[in-house]
Design a binder for this molecule. Structure first.
Ligand code: SF4
Ligand code: FES
Length: 274
């Protein structure tokens, strides 16, 4: 590979077993055309600092595990080319708005818990039909399109790291979870918007969004969480005034409360409210 430039990487280091506070270390890397931040980290680890820690897997923007704060912007290290940053010094930090495990490794447990809290699954009013379907749950292309882009989320947590509301309110459900709440609520097979109200309609839910739009700007998969949150607010208001989707659509429909109860047996326990 032809070396295009030597770049200094300033990396925020923290080892909870030996450090009382984070510090910065610098490493010079010979960067070639097309080299990603993730590849630079691999090179640093192989040639200069074997103890450097981060999380990654697929190296192709699919697994969602390599989110980092690169030059003050949350992004996927495997999708970020070093030379595209147009900087002689590249700073790399763990994602903000998450606890730090070690070096560049964030603790994504809050993201996972918030995701689970919004009941991210189809809540169909007829549980018997769900388990033993008598036919297909038909969906037109237009009905699929209503939520299609929100299914592209890879749960990387970058949007929550970009969110100024999450920075000041750690209990805010955040763009990823609220987007998934809308993704399911907008699905024509789902009747669960009412049962999601306890989380998404509560104080730390959708109405806490200040509409900064930073989540949509940062999302590496082209998802628009800011739009989803506004659409979710509309769905909540419609539900509040009784104009939302009907919970019961046929005579053989089970009471929605029973459906939710049974589905929740398979769901993780809710977060402790702050
Ligand atoms: S909405 Fe985008 S930024 Fe947020 S978790 Fe999903 S893929 Fe990542
Ligand atoms: S390593 Fe999988 S998204 Fe970056």
């Amino acid at each position: 590979m032809l070396v295009a430039k030597t770049i200094t990487f300033r990396i925020r280091r923290f080892d909870p077993e030996t450090d009382s506070a984070p510090h910065w270390d610098s490493y010079a890397v010979n960067v070639f055309e097309g080299m990603t931040v993730l590849e630079a980290l691999h090179q640093i680890k192989a040639e200069q600092e074997p103890s450097l820690a981060w999380r990654s897997s697929c190296r192709m923007g699919v697994c969602g595990s390599c989110g980092m704060f690169v030059n003050q912007f949350p992004q996927l290290a495997c999708q970020t080319q070093v030379l595209h940053l147009e900087a002689d010094i590249v700073s790399v930090e763990p994602l903000p708005n998450y606890p730090n495990v070690k070096d560049l490794v964030p603790d994504l447990q809050p993201l996972v818990e918030k995701h689970a809290e919004v009941k991210p699954y189809i809540i169909h009013p007829d549980l018997k039909e769900m388990r033993e379907p008598s036919g297909e749950f038909l969906q037109t292309p237009a009905e699929r399109e209503a939520f299609s882009q929100f299914t592209y989320c890879i749960k990387c947590g970058v949007c929550l790291a970009a969110c100024p509301t999450a920075a000041t309110d750690p209990a805010f459900l955040g763009p990823q979870a609220l987007t998934q709440a809308y993704r399911y609520s907008a699905d024509n097979r789902d009747s669960g918007v009412h049962s999601r109200r306890d989380s998404v309609g509560a104080f730390h839910g959708a109405y806490q969004c200040h509409m900064a739009g930073a989540c949509s700007h940062a999302c590496p998969k082209g998802v628009d969480p800011a739009l989803a949150i506004q659409l979710l607010k509309r769905a909540l208001v419609l539900d509040n005034f009784g104009f939302g989707k009907k919970e019961s659509q046929s005579a053989k429909v089970a009471p929605l409360a029973d459906v939710v109860k049974e589905l929740e047996e398979f769901a993780p326990p809710p977060r402790t409210a702050e």
